[in-house]
Design a protein around this ligand. Structure first.
Ligand code: AMP
Ligand code: MG
Length: 488
């Protein structure tokens, strides 16, 4: 259900600010199905009222009408430092359709815009659109993107750019920051309301437990632990894991300077503003755990209604301590699947870690390596494994391949079956930065064909798509380090 809390301290009625001459940039047929929205053979809704609605220029498109658009208050920690009140500075929640909240990002100033203009640029809107839909197709929980609408309206970032509005869908856009907001003022009534709303709408299984609020906390932690393990398994770096960008439903949300790993570098930093590497690839699990500790601050006053201060802290601490185990179990299971292992054996984690270290040392392309690994035959002589050529230390990688083949032989493993199951978990196509950049460059010239192509391609990331074979390749050397601006 759309944000049902009301009151000036929680949300503000906020009308989108219109944009001049809106036009379609991108539209996701798959996301449209979630809300039963029909579209024509050109891939866009035939009813022009939807263009006006998703531009933020009108609040109705048959049969939907959204009389009470809102922006919500939240707070959070940015780069580990308490930032106080933030809130939806450029996102406006229109309402709900079919259990999906419909939110416009970049639809103009809100009560929470602070110094910002409430807008989003075309560049970042296309990146959010493509990555949301790509993540969903990878099987990773995420907010969805319905559309991007462009306009000639200019916005100033490092240079003058044009504005766009991205329409997002999610069962709820509640964040850890919503809890932190009311924890910071010790507003127990509001904290309970948010927790009750989550239990009622999204975590009903908590209701029947003896400690529903504690159970809710545990479940949110578990979902986010599993989420970050899924990110690691596809080489996704979020880039800005501030607590206000972390979903209470365990969804990937607020796509900014994200990046998928090309060459595997364990300490890869995708956000150019992140000089200390707080949000580097290998730190994501630990940072997500840290964010769950921020969430605990919102549950403490609720638990204290029925427990002593000490008991409440101890209950939350124990629940928080489950995070590393849930994360590690999910990570191990996902990487076993990536290697095509059917069973769990002692030494598997060591085998995976040795491989990742070797990939890091030789900067091997993460996605294409795992995809090609499925082609290895059980009885293949090591010197004929083409993948070994990607490693500098041949002796070390040959030892690894020998151990890997022995490990495969220790269980029932048929080449054809293993290839099939590995290809279901090792994507062939991911949204590499240089690919997104080509689509953006064209879109800035009013050619949206590449956005449409990437959406189609990334909607089936595990399938062979011979017509798009070139998109599976690592970036050419001159495009390896496409600079992604963090301003959006
Ligand atoms: P982000 O790092 O994009 O998650 O943004 C952090 C905070 O700044 C959030 O509260 C955003 O809503 C807000 N914000 C980001 N960009 C803008 C903008 N152009 N105008 C207003 N608020 C913004
Ligand atoms: Mg954000």
């Amino acid at each position: 259900m759309a944000f049902t809390l009301s009151g000036d301290d929680v949300c503000q009625i906020t009308h989108p600010s219109p944009i001049p001459n809106p036009y379609w940039v991108a539209f996701s047929p798959a996301a449209a199905k979630l809300i039963g929205l029909e579209f024509g053979s050109n891939g866009f809704p035939s009813n022009s009222s939807w263009l006006e609605l998703l531009a933020g220029n009108s609040l109705s498109a048959d049969p939907h009408h959204f009389p009470n658009p809102i922006s919500t208050a939240y707070s959070g920690h940015q780069f580990g430092v308490w930032a106080g009140q933030l809130g939806d500075g450029r996102a406006i929640l229109l309402g709900e359709i079919n259990g999906q909240e419909l939110q416009l990002k970049g639809a103009g100033k809100t009560m929470y815009s602070r110094m910002g203009d409430g807008r989003a640029v075309l560049r970042s809107s296309i990146r959010e659109f493509l990555c949301s839909e790509a993540m969903h197709a990878l099987g990773i929980p995420t907010t969805r993107a319905l559309s991007v609408v462009g306009s000639e309206l200019s916005v100033r970032r490092e240079t003058l750019e044009t504005a766009a509005v991205c329409a997002r869908l999610a069962p709820s856009f509640l964040r850890i920051g919503h809890f932190e907001h009311f924890a910071s003022s010790n507003n127990i009534v509001r904290l309970k309301e948010i927790a009750d709303l989550l239990i009622h709408d999204h975590y009903p299984e908590c209701k029947s437990t003896s400690e529903p609020y504690l159970e809710l906390f545990r479940q949110i932690c578990h979902r986010n632990a599993k989420l970050v393990a899924q990110w690691q398994a596809v080489g996704f770096c979020h880039g800005v894991l501030n607590s206000d960008n972390i979903s209470a439903l365990g969804l990937t949300m607020d796509y900014g300077p994200f990046g998928f790993l090309d060459q595997f570098e364990i300490d890869h930093i995708c956000n150019h503003s992140d000089q200390g590497g707080r949000y580097a690839y290998h730190r994501q699990p630990q940072i997500m755990h840290w964010n769950m500790a921020c969430l605990a601050s919102g549950f403490l006053p609720i638990l204290e209604l029925n427990h002593t201060d000490e008991e409440s802290q101890s209950l939350l601490r124990s629940a928080l301590e489950e995070f590393p185990t849930v994360y590690a179990n999910t990570w191990q299971s996902l990487f076993r699947q990536k290697l095509g292992l059917n069973s769990s054996q002692d030494g598997d984690t060591g085998l995976i870690e040795r491989l990742l270290q070797a990939m890091h040392d030789s900067k091997v392309d993460f996605t294409s390596f795992f995809r090609q690994l499925s082609q290895i035959k059980l009885t293949q002589p090591i010197e004929t494994i083409i993948l070994r050529d990607q490693f500098i230390d041949r002796e070390a990688i040959d030892r690894w391949f020998a151990d890997y083949l022995l490990r495969l032989q220790s269980e029932v493993s048929k080449d054809a079956d293993r290839k099939q199951s590995m290809n279901l978990v090792n994507p062939k196509y991911i949204l590499r930065n240089h690919m997104a950049q080509v689509a953006i460059d064209k879109a800035q010239q009013h050619d949206f064909s590449e956005v449409t192509t990437l959406l189609k391609l990334l909607s089936n990331p595990y399938d062979e798509q011979p017509e798009y074979e070139a998109y599976s390749a690592p970036p050419p050397a001159d495009l390896e380090k496409v600079e992604v601006s963090c301003s959006s």
